[in-house]
Write a protein that binds this ligand. Structure first.
Ligand SMILES: C[S@@+](CC[C@H](N)C(=O)[O-])C[C@H]1O[C@@H](n2cnc3c(N)ncnc32)[C@H](O)[C@@H]1O
Length: 182
């Protein structure tokens, strides 16, 4: 059994996820209260600077240090480099297109895009590194990741809940990253 906490969200949480109560709870758990310096990567950072300088957002009008497509950004890092990956993309094709103006060609409409991004996130995480995922589901991102804790934030009205899940990268075998070569 993993712990699941239900949180009442604030309507003012808006686009700045990193300012919300639930995000801070997850970050605190993922970083052990930020007691020791850790290396963080954020491929969909918008204006969140927790992972600085490893922040990326395709939108050039954000505070991210890099403005690449997330997959290209992640591919630029060596394996087992980060203690934590923050994963907060648009939550749906409609959000990607309308809320973040990513266009019709987005992370949901390009075949296999998300599984490639998940693969890269798992690859760049150290063993025992953490993956903090926000979205509308708690699907397992990669076979090397084990679910540790979840938070469900409810906003009332007709808004969807936000599901935040914390994953731990377990010891892996080369087969996890072989793309079927072996
Ligand atoms: C939910 S917001 C991130 C919010 C941020 N984590 C925070 O705490 O405020 C998602 C961001 O992903 C960016 N994005 C969408 N598709 C992308 C892609 N393929 N590559 C890089 N960034 C992308 C959008 O521009 C948007 O700013």
């Amino acid at each position: 059994m993993i712990p699941i906490t239900r949180i009442i969200g604030a309507s003012c949480d808006g686009l700045d996820t990193h300012k919300s109560k639930y995000f801070k709870m997850g970050l605190s758990k993922a970083t052990n209260g930020l007691f020791k310096p850790i290396t963080i990567c954020d491929p969909f950072a918008r204006n969140c600077e927790w992972a600085d300088p490893h922040t990326n957002d395709m939108n050039e009008n954000t505070k991210a240090k890099h403005h690449l497509d997330a997959l290209e950004f992640l591919k630029g890092y060596p394996s087992e480099y980060f203690d934590l990956v923050l994963f907060d993309p648009p939550f749906s094709p409609i959000q990607a297109e309308r809320r973040y103006e990513c266009g019709l060609e987005n992370i949901y409409t390009q075949g296999g895009y998300l599984s490639k991004v998940y693969f890269e996130c798992a690859r760049i995480l150290k063993v025992n590194g953490k993956f903090l995922k926000l979205g509308y589901n708690s699907n397992r991102p990669h076979s090397s990741l084990v679910l540790k804790e979840m938070w469900v934030t409810c906003f009332g009205g007709n808004r969807n809940d936000v599901i935040m899940s914390l994953w731990n990268k377990e010891q892996t075998s080369i087969l996890d990253y072989s793309h079927g070569i072996f």
